[in-house]
Write a protein that binds this ligand. Sequence first.
Ligand SMILES: [Zn+2]
Length: 413
Amino acid sequence: MSLDVRGGKRRAPGSASSLVSADVRAHNLGIVARYLAENGPSSRSQIAEGSGLTRGAVTVLASSLIEAAVVREAQPKYKAGKGRPIVPLELASDDVALLVLQLDADKATALLSSVAGDVLLRIAEPHGRPMGRPELILDVLAATLDRALEASREMGRRVAELTIVAFAPVGGDPVQVIADTDLGWGHVDVIGGLRARVQGFPEAVRLVGDVHVAAVAEQGFNPGIKDLCYVKSNSGIGGALIVDGKLVRGGFGLAGALGHLPVRPGGIVCECGQIGCLVTVAGPDAVLIAAGMGEELHRDGLTSALAEFSRRVLVGEPAATAVWDEARVWIARSLQLVAVTLDPQLIVLGGYWSLLSESIGQSFAEQRKGFFATGAGSAVRVVPGRLGDDAALLGALWQARDRYFSGPLEIKT
Ligand SMILES: [Zn+2]
């Protein structure tokens, strides 16, 4: 799949009219900076025309962005016989980078990007999945972060923001991983653990749950959709809920943890303590082992083994197909529960489920058939995510970029 790392086809969620004034300004600063990131050097008039902002608004916003060194004036362009030259604006920030550090059940990944969206470095280090031993995994995460920071220094770029993406729910103050059943973790202070290990640890740091940034990124590809359920499987099964345009976090930060919907009465005990969770009957480890792919899982890691499993299902390999036909019934059942609870417009499937979304959609439609025969109940669509396994990584990067572009607001207030 070819990905637009710059996120050019997305639309920023929310509309200016629904936002309060400070947010409007941040939103509009973002529009100007994003326009330059996506279109290259442009005149104020071109930005106004392309963005829908007035020429006057663009001039004011551009001044703030120039003052904050996010944008600068490029070489003037003289046109024969036209009097005053046109002075295009361009993104400054050649000395700045954004860094995303991601931890999944297989590996640590670092993605270093310019604010314009050029990937400067992408590295990944397997951690061997030592269950219940966060210190060992933090060592690998710290080494990966070290390499990325060193690379950024060598390029003469300062890391404006580090976003750490955990494939697990996060919450609390200071923010921590709450529980990670794929790694056998309870509460783990990832930021504190890395700060203690890494010299030159960036000042601006965030820790986010993968499904939250992934869901917002996928929503950006579906303008007009305000009620969306994102469900993914790669490391375990996770989900995130967007209701009336807002991400639902829940009272304990655990909203949307759909892998732990207890769907099978009398099933096996899950890592979370409940019985018969979706992840125990349709989670990555469960399906790979049932399909006789334990060796691939052990040797190649989850991501690679799941890609191979998907391939086998798509070509109709009997063992994988039999396992999948059973698993997708449980997945569809879980989606039914979510659909009845939240009435979403759209269910987006991420991770390897995006490759198998058609068969999941079929099971869902069959099982939900007849729900409120008026037709309203069957309108929810099940679609594959656009970003696959990179949804969280790119979502985190785009959100960091949007924050950076809106940065002058913080300077002003
Ligand atoms: Zn569970």
